[in-house]
Design a protein around this ligand. Structure first.
Ligand code: PLP
Length: 405
């Protein structure tokens, strides 16, 4: 059995062993509740949480008091969007976001519409980036919030955050960002970009699953979000619930490691990613990288192999490479990724895409093996494909009328 290669780091990253080591004492030896104020068990847990809060604040250069711990980014996205809507709805009920946002944002927006809100879902350009003029024009008198993800999970495309921050400031609206895919991988400084609220999560930056954070700006402007969970009033009243102390300790350590190592990780991974992408462009026919290739995360490539169905292609790897395809499994069928469709890809090119997301633990040998297996897999699928044969014979596939029977 060959060794498995993990290239699905945008879905989740393996927890760094150094992070695991830091977490271990907090399961048993130091196991107090951080909210217990009257004994050393509680104080020690609280001290550990405070230390981690400092490490995380340090990574994104904010005040530790501006970090609200949650169970992950899904919860942080929900808290930001619904929390702002509830807190500011007397001021206005309109929110602007993008069609390419994560489901945690889109589904929260859908719920807000049911709660009486109005949401504009902006399209993106063919390279996945929002048109700033279109965004500015969408702002109305009743707009309270603009929600734009920092980097896209499927394509790695990075939005023009500073420019969006300036537009929001000019119009006096709040700016929220789901920055899950960017924090810990590239320098992210919400204060420099005019971001007022920002969600991120430990398990996409080599920390543990089940712990995330929401940055909430405290000064100029002082932002508040209505709690979505009622209880003990933890986290300055914005998020009740007993702190996940081991998880938070791990999140803090992951942030400290990221701060030290992200520049070298990014440089190494971008070289490997470029090698991978260039190998396909050089030696495989009909290969189309998706999304803007300049403003993109260093470790991500999303590539369509025309006339090769992505899910089928993955089967040729015999489960030795873990990747994502541009097809999303719904209850009854395979749907093309809504993100790729928003970039203007037809269903066929969306279904023929693979997302390669590299991470800290990938090696050059692995990338070489992936280049080899994917190239061979594409060739194999095309050798078996009547569509490919017709295409090679110069048949215009668009002109064919397929029978319904
Ligand atoms: C993974 C992800 C989330 C969800 O984070 P969880 O911590 O798993 O809830 C939200 N947004 C983006 C862009 C993601 O990639």
């Amino acid at each position: 059995m060959t060794k498995k290669i993990y290239l699905d780091n945008n879905a989740t990253t393996p927890c760094d062993p150094r992070v695991v080591q830091k977490m271990l004492p907090y399961f048993h030896e130091i196991s107090g509740n951080a909210a217990s104020r009257n004994h050393p068990f509680g104080w020690q847990a609280e001290e550990a949480v405070d230390y981690a809060r400092g490490q995380i604040a340090d990574l994104i250069e904010v005040d530790p008091k501006e970090i609200i711990f949650t169970s992950g980014a899904t919860e942080a996205d929900n808290l930001a969007l619904k929390g702002v809507f509830e807190m500011y709805k007397r001021k206005g009920n309109h929110i602007i976001t993008l069609e390419t946002e994560h489901k945690a944002v889109l589904d929260s927006c859908k719920k807000i519409e049911k709660m009486g809100g109005e949401v504009t879902y902006l399209p993106v350009k063919n390279d996945g980036i929002v048109d700033l003029e279109v965004l500015e024009k969408a702002i109305k008198d009743n707009t309270i919030l603009v929600s734009v993800m920092y980097a896209n999970n499927e394509t790695g495309v990075i939005q023009p955050m500073k420019e969006i921050g300036e537009i929001c400031k000019k119009h006096g609206v709040l700016f929220f960002s789901d920055a899950v895919q960017a924090v810990g991988k590239i320098p992210v400084k919400p204060k420099e970009l005019g971001i007022h609220i920002m969600a991120f999560t430990a398990h996409k930056m080599y920390g543990p699953k089940g712990v995330g954070a929401l940055f909430v700006n405290r000064k100029n402007p002082r932002v508040k979000v209505t709690a979505q969970m009622d209880g003990g009033g933890h986290e300055r009243g914005m998020r009740s619930g007993t702190m996940n102390v081991p998880g938070i300790v791990g999140f803090g350590e992951a942030a400290a490691i990221a701060k030290k190592e992200m520049a070298q990780d990014a440089e190494r991974l971008s070289k490997l990613r470029d090698k991978l992408e260039q190998a396909f462009l050089d030696s495989v026919e009909e290969v189309y990288p998706n999304g803007n290739r300049e403003n993109r995360m260093p470790h991500v490539a999303n590539i369509s192999f025309k006339h090769v169905e992505g899910e089928g292609l993955m089967m040729t790897f015999n489960q030795t490479i873990a990747l994502s395809s541009g097809s999303a499994c719904t209850s009854a069928s395979l749907e093309p990724s809504y993100v790729l469709v928003a970039l203007g890809l037809g269903d066929d090119l969306a279904h023929s895409s693979l997302r390669f997301s590299l991470g800290r633990f990938n090696t050059e040998e692995e990338i070489d093996a992936v280049i080899d297996m994917v190239s061979k897999g594409v060739q194999h699928m095309r050798d078996l494909s009547p569509i490919w044969e017709m295409y090679k014979d110069g048949v215009d596939l668009e002109s064919i009328e397929w029978s319904e029977h």
